[in-house]
Design a protein around this ligand. Structure first.
Ligand code: ASP
Ligand code: MG
Length: 422
């Protein structure tokens, strides 16, 4: 069997979904599992909706209308007939969101997050499944919440591989010759609550399926020609990389390359399943393959830039040393607010953390840290990581930037910088 994964950018409009149909239709060689993300930027929209709901702001109804319009527009572009069952299904899903928005959210933000945000994947997979059936690409819609069993760490759930495997084998269509469609990113607890696996988690879902069903290969379809030496949207000189070892792919995703969700590689590596990253616009292109291979010699520098970074420096108010006990308190707080820590630097009396500053809870986190620490911070920063760095690459990519923190290991150089214009 094969697993295909389509991210938001490859399912952002009726026309892109028609391309998906072509790819899926052309791959009738045995069982095919298709993992799909929410349409376009729907997850961001839903996150915004959730915040407005918690604030009690009426803006939530505008966002809701937008969400509804966007999904019906795509559906209209795919299945014009109002008589199709999918129109009722989509209306039903949308109704659940509307009912929520008219109620008072519970105190458990992470729980509510997963219940609301999962709308994106539930709706996208319903629509795509119905469309494929309408163009005679027969398939079965499979509810990931029924097989991808997780614990109840909402927003960052941990997967029970063993249980998920036995549930999946019970649930998937009996014949091993079918196409089935399931949601990326979401799962379910033993009590039937919806969970999510962390932002961009659909790749991980695809890898889990591949592992559990011993797939021959997994393919992630993207809007770029494969994995490149930099983000081609920002750096036109970026070059495609033909192949990467599992280890290198793990390193790249760890440092924030937006190619693959960091948890994706392990389940594939454990079973030696190759992962192809291919262009949705150019399916015949070679893409990048991630597999068991010795690190190729002379690998070019790979540039990874993370924007919207904040650098936080903490020193204990009583000037005591930053020791283990203190560190574990710091990390527990970061986890509670689901903050992504990208770099740490530690001295005897201070601790510096570079983190993503996209969360609406940064302020709250800093507030709590201030109870125990003297807190200094800088925002609007960037984190530049250069894998396989050379002096020339460092010179070029940090030119004109003010470097606030620098770290180098044998293969990786990292710089927290204030960008030129900032
Ligand atoms: N839709 C989710 C997100 O945008 C999951 C994914 O796309 O992988 O984070
Ligand atoms: Mg996405």
């Amino acid at each position: 069997m094969i697993v295909f994964k389509f991210g938001g950018a490859s399912v952002s409009s009726a026309s892109s979904i028609k391309k998906l149909a072509k790819l899926v239709g052309a791959t009738q060689k045995g069982e095919l599992a298709v993992v799909v993300s929410a349409f376009g930027k729907t997850t961001n929209l839903l996150e915004n909706l959730l915040l407005r709901w918690y604030e009690g702001s009426t803006e939530r109804f505008e966002i809701f209308e937008h969400l509804k319009k966007y999904h019906f527009e795509i559906l209209n572009g795919l299945i014009p007939s109002n008589g199709n069952q999918i129109y009722g299904d989509l209306a039903g899903l949308i109704k659940t969101v509307e009912i929520k928005l008219n109620s008072v959210p519970s105190a458990d933000y992470d729980f509510e997050y997963d219940q609301l945000i999962s709308f994106g994947e539930l709706a996208s997979t319903r629509i795509i499944s119905a469309f494929l059936n309408s163009v005679d690409i027969e398939n079965t819609w499979v509810d990931a919440r029924k097989w991808l069993r997780t614990d109840n760490v909402f927003r960052e759930a941990n997967v029970d591989m063993e249980k998920s495997g036995s549930l999946l084998r019970q649930i998937i269509p009996g014949s091993l010759n079918g196409i089935w469609i399931t949601q990326g990113f979401i799962g379910g607890t033993i009590d039937g609550h919806t969970t999510t696996l962390g932002r961009e988690g659909s790749d991980y879902t695809a890898a889990i399926i591949a592992n559990l069903l011993n797939a021959r290969e997994a393919v992630v379809w993207k809007d770029v020609p494969g994995i490149l030496t930099a983000d081609p949207h920002l750096f036109p000189w970026a070059e495609r990389i033909d192949e990467l070892s599992y280890q290198e792919a793990i390193e790249l995703s760890f440092y924030g390359a937006k190619v693959i969700h960091p948890k994706t590689i392990k389940p594939l590596q454990n079973k030696g399943i190759p992962l192809f990253v291919k262009s949705f616009a150019d399916p015949g292109g070679s893409g990048t393959v991630i597999h068991e291979v010795d690190a190729p010699a002379g690998i070019k520098p790979i540039l990874i830039i993370k924007k919207e970074q904040m650098l936080v420096s903490l020193s204990p108010r009583d000037f005591s040393f930053v020791v283990e006990d203190c560190l574990s308190r710091i990390f527990a707080l970061f986890f509670r607010y689901r903050m992504k820590v990208n770099l740490i630097q530690h001295s005897a009396i201070s601790f510096t953390i570079c983190m993503d500053n996209k969360s609406p809870f940064s302020g709250q986190l800093l507030g709590e840290l201030k109870n125990d620490f003297r807190v200094l911070y800088n925002d609007k920063l960037e984190l530049i990581t250069i894998r396989h760095y050379t002096p020339a690459a460092i010179g070029e990519h940090t030119k004109g930037c003010q470097v606030l923190v620098e770290q180098r290991s044998r293969n990786t150089a990292m710089f927290v910088v204030r960008p030129q214009s900032g």
